[in-house]
Design a protein around this ligand. Structure first.
Ligand SMILES: [Fe+2]
Length: 258
């Protein structure tokens, strides 16, 4: 069900230089288990042992060259498609729901989309520009050749960008993608470092019924590569407007210069 978004200003999303507010990002990086975890006297010893073992295992990984790198699946590239905006919006920040100082938000299921940009060894990549673009809730792109142009939601930004910091994290507030004729729901990504394009890809809603029929998605070889593009859309507990959290890490197949 689509719910409208209460009026909020962009100030809630931005801190320094258009970078997302950290407290919100930190909250969203908690898994459900971490959020709900309550330690009781009964399970405390087991929990302590588990943490100790985890730390030891983690140390071994980071001190053994190349082991961690083998664990990461590189994010497969995907077609850019014909709908990268042919004219960028007036507002290009990481909040796709509100354009500039507008008071009317876009229609759609609000999604807090986060993730990290990593190199093939799992190191965060900073100063990397993450661009996303997607259709609005009526299936229209921010492009002069889009289908459903007459129904386009003029309050939806359609495109946004975010420059990663030292942790390699990015954050967008956007809508849950919807299908349009011929495609299962997806969000387009382009990753740039300075003027160089490092990767163009798309992410998908894990378990969506349309995924099996999508020709772009079916072009991916191997279950691991396919899985690397699948994203869980998780309802945020106690959200009054039915918001979602979605996390998509991008692993690049190269180590750009710092
Ligand atoms: Fe698309």
């Amino acid at each position: 069900m689509v719910k409208s978004l209460p009026c909020r200003t962009k100030m809630t999303l931005l801190s320094n230089h258009g970078i997302a507010a950290r407290p919100l990002g930190l909250f969203l990086f908690l898994s459900h288990d971490e959020e709900n975890f309550v330690m009781t006297p009964h399970d405390r010893p087991d929990r302590r042992r588990f943490l100790t073992q985890s730390l030891a295992f983690g140390s071994a990984l980071f001190t053994t060259s190349g082991v961690f790198a083998d664990e990461l699946t590189k994010t497969p590239k995907q077609t850019e498609g014909p709908f990268y905006p042919d004219k960028l919006p007036l507002d290009t920040d990481n909040d796709l729901l509100i354009i500039n100082d507008g008071i009317t938000p876009a229609v759609g299921e609000v999604t807090h989309l986060t993730g990290r940009i990593l190199d093939s060894s799992g190191n965060p990549i900073r100063n990397t520009l993450v661009e996303i673009w997607q259709v609005d809730n009526n299936g229209a792109y921010l492009h002069s050749g889009t289908a459903n142009a007459s129904k386009r939601d003029t309050h939806f930004q359609g495109y946004g960008r975010f420059l990663t910091g030292s942790t390699g994290e990015y954050y967008f507030r956007t809508i849950k993608p919807v299908p349009y004729p011929g495609r299962t729901p997806h969000i387009h990504f382009k990753i740039r470092k300075a003027s160089k394009e490092l990767l163009t890809t798309q992410c998908y809603i894990k378990g969506h019924a349309g995924n099996d029929r999508d020709m772009v998605l079916r072009g991916i070889r191997g279950p691991k590569a396919m899985e690397a593009l699948m994203v869980e859309w998780t309802p945020i507990k106690n959200s009054k407007i039915g918001e979602y959290a979605a996390k998509f890490d991008v692993v690049l197949g190269m180590t750009p210069e710092a």
